[in-house]
Write a protein that binds this ligand. Sequence first.
Ligand SMILES: [Zn+2]
Length: 108
Amino acid sequence: MFCTNCGNEIDDKAIICPKCGVPIEGKNNCVIKSSNVLIGAALSLFCCWPLGIPAIVFACRANSKLKAGDIQGAQKMAKTAKTLTIVGIILGLIYIFINIIQAVTSEL
Ligand SMILES: [Zn+2]
């Protein structure tokens, strides 16, 4: 594999070019992943905002860490954001479910 920036030959496992410090293309998959995390976090905001807000904060931190080249830190942040998102959506669904049951039972 070769660096897309300077053309230096690099190890396949490398995430950043050791010569110029540019993140390796193809490893940028996590950029897309973290923007997915951001979308999920935004969705969880509608379901359960007390968890949606920190989820967005962590997703944004993941993006900025990624830009700074801190892939490990970004993955950690993205993982936290994902967990908050999933918990937020589940709690939100339970909340909606309870509301539906209450609406149905009150009409009887
Ligand atoms: Zn390079």
